[in-house]
Structures are given as C-alpha cells and as structure tokens.
Design a protein around this ligand. Structure first.
Ligand code: PMP
Ligand code: GLN
Length: 382
C-alpha cells in the first residue's frame, strides 16, 4: 500500500505516553488533566446514561438544547459579537479534532495553500496534506511566539485558501491581541481566504489579559470557523465533544463533511453538557478556569524555580515551555527520552510541532495536574 502520509509516525503525544507507561514516569507530556470533570457534570452524565430514550443518534448538527446553551454562553462571552444562531451557525463535533478535519476537508482543494504558524499542533500539517492542500509555514520565534506580520505578508498569496490560528497557542500559550486580529483582517481584506481559529484553550488566559475570539472582529467573523472543545473546558478530554461556530454558508459546508465523517456526536454526553451549561447562567465555570490554571502555572513555576531551567512566559493554555541548555546540549527528543528514562518525568520535545523538526532546545510540560503530581515531578527533576 502506498501511504498517503509516509513521513508521519505515531503522534508524539502517544509516543511519550507509552514511554511514561513503560518507564513509570510521571506523565507531563500529553495534554490532559489528572483530575476529573466537575461533579455536577458527572452526575448529569449518569442521569442521562440512565434515561431511556437518550441512546440513539443525536441530530446531525448536535442536540438542539446543547446548541442553544452554547449560543447563549458564547453570546455572553464574546462581547460585541451577536450570539451565534444555534440552527445555522453551531455544529457539535467529536472533539475539536473532528471540527479541524471537517473544516479542512470542507474548504481545502488540491493545490490550495494554508497558512500555518509554527510551532503547530501536530494534526494541522498532515490533515491539510490529506486534502491535497499545501501548508505554508511561518515561524513564531521564542520566547514570545508572536507573529511577525511582515513575514506573514510575504507568504500570503492569491492561492491562500485558509489561515490557521491557535489562540491561546499550543505549545507556547501565546495569545492573539487586538492588534494581531487587526493585522490579519487587513491582510485578508479583498481576498476570499478564510480563517480557522482553534480556540480550544479560550478560557485559559492569564494575568488579566483580554481574551479575544476571531468572532469578535466583525470582518473576520464573516470568514471564520471558530473551534472550541469541552475536553479542555470541562477537564473531559476523553469525552471528545467540541464544536465549530461559523456563518451559515460556512457551517453548511462543515456539516456536509461532518454528516459523513461522524454523522453525530454521542447523545448522553451532549445532554450532560447541555444541563451543566444551561444551569451556569453566570458562566462561573468558564470564568473560574483562568484563575484555576494561573494558580497551577504559578505553582509549577515556583516548584521548578532555582533548578536551572529557563522557563518561558506562559500567557495562556496549560503548558510550560522550558529551555534546558544549562543541563545538556542534547536534541530535544534525546533530552525528553532521558528525562523519562532517567528522571521519571515525561515531557514533549517541541521539535514535534515543526514540519521540518526544527529543534530550538525546548521541552513542554503539561501543568494540568494535581498539586501533588506537580510537586512529585519537580522533586524528581531536582
Ligand atoms: N487543537 C489544539 C491546539 C489542541 O491542543 C487540542 C487538544 N490536544 C485539540 C485541538 C483537539 O481537541 P479535542 O481533544 O477536543 O479533539
Ligand atoms: N492536545 C494534546 C496535547 O497537545 C494531545 C491530544 C492527542 O494526544 N491527540 O498534548
């Protein structure tokens, strides 16, 4: 069989999780919390699991009551943007992963160029290429990982079909500012390029920085697919429920793909999420996440302080990047393997986020962990 992705192996997240299992290392590699979703969400799931009639196919675009609840909450949180229409603008997907794939399959034609900022989440490049698209990469420089808009301008062309944004950014936590959104809008004005804005860490914005969605920019809203994930927001990465918000014409295209990709998302999880979202009329859970994760960030940085790491700034998300050149000249992959095998802590080498394996000597820790887990990892690293 001639592989369509001959250069793609097992994802780095799976590799490092397997290495952690094999070595008994504490897994700060793959991004997932070691705590459970809120009790009321678990109780809601149990309730719906025991409810007759909640176990067959959900409607293709998502349960109406979940789309209503998403619309109401997004309408409150995205200041200056109208609430998305649950009937025509919101599609519930099997995690943000399915939404990413459905958007790319819906809009990228063979030969179309897709602008990708690197480091980039590992799915982006391969999923673009599976559509026959051509990823055009623009590097975000450490330590702030801010876009250089002159460099972006040099890469955008009439063949640019889509620009992929990830804010807050995995792995760096960098956040798009109002100026960044304005630059992007200026750049795309007069073109028919679209925007995919991966906002799965949307609530994890620290130090009081403004959190801005592509939807809050009026010109960008018209051409944007905005993605989020209940896996991140509700500490439920294993549920695989997310959604895509886009104007009706764009949502219609996403739904054409979604109906043949997964058709619909599991019914009881959608009911449970709808219950909890509907009950949270003040968005207390979403608003609480910034403080919750900022405290974990500060705790983890405090634990590692004085060990010799160069800890990069973390404006958002749940990952800490660290430069290890004080300890070792090894490649980031070799250093990550050494940490798992010899120190008992699994991390992700950041070169995995570059199509060409660019190695800047950085590793990524996930701090979405209990305080005891973080303390135990720091003690092993000391
Ligand atoms: N985008 C980014 C930037 C992510 O970090 C993740 C989660 N690893 C996803 C998308 C996928 O989200 P989900 O788990 O909801 O499929
Ligand atoms: N998003 C997670 C991370 O960045 C990984 C998810 C996965 O393993 N596909 O670690």
């Amino acid at each position: 069989l001639l592989s369509k992705l001959p250069d793609v192996g097992v994802s780095i997240f799976t590799q490092m999780t397997l290495l952690a299992q094999e070595t008994g290392a504490i897994n700060l590699a793959q991004g997932f919390p070691d705590y459970d979703p809120p009790q009321e969400l678990l109780e809601a799931l149990a309730r719906h699991a025991l409810t007759p009639g909640h176990h067959q196919y959900a409607p293709m675009p998502g349960l109406p009551r979940l789309r209503e609840a998403i619309s109401t909450q997004v309408g409150r949180l995205h200041a200056n943007a109208p609430a998305p229409d649950p009937a025509t603008e919101i599609t519930v997907t099997a995690g943000a992963t399915e939404a990413l794939y459905a958007v790319l399959a819906a809009v990228v034609r063979p030969g179309d160029e897709v602008l990708v900022f690197e480091p980039a989440y590992d799915l982006y490049g391969p999923a673009i290429r599976l559509q026959g698209g051509v990823p055009r990469y623009v590097r975000l420089p450490a330590p702030h990982f801010r876009p250089d808009w002159d460099a972006v301008r040099r890469v955008v062309s009439p063949r640019t079909r889509l620009v992929m944004i990830n804010t807050p950014h995995n792995p760096s936590g960098a956040i798009f500012t109002a100026d960044d959104w304005n630059e992007l809008a200026r750049l795309l004005a007069g073109t028919d390029a679209m925007v995919l804005s991966d906002e799965v860490y949307e609530h994890l914005v620290f130090d009081g920085a403004p959190r801005l969605s592509a939807r809050q920019h009026p010109e960008l809203r018209e051409r944007s697919f905005v993605l989020s994930s209940f896996g991140k927001t509700y500490h439920a990465t294993g549920w695989k429920v997310g959604y895509c918000i886009a104007p009706p014409a764009l949502s219609a295209e996403v739904r054409r793909v979604h109906q043949f990709l997964t058709f619909a998302v599991s019914t009881p999880t959608q009911h449970a999420l709808a219950d909890v979202l509907t009950a949270d009329t003040t968005d207390a859970h979403a608003h609480g996440l910034a403080g919750f994760y900022q405290q974990k960030r500060d705790e983890f940085r405090g634990l590692l302080a004085g060990q010799g790491w160069d800890l990069l700034p973390v404006p958002g998300g749940y990952f800490q990047l660290a430069r290890y050149d004080a300890f070792s000249p090894a490649t980031d992959l070799a250093f990550a393997q050494f940490l798992a095998r010899e120190k008992g802590v699994a991390v992700v080498p950041v070169s995995a986020f570059y199509h060409d394996g660019f190695d800047d000597g950085l590793i990524r820790f996930c701090f979405a962990k209990h305080g005891e887990t973080l303390a135990a990892a720091a003690a092993r690293l000391r």
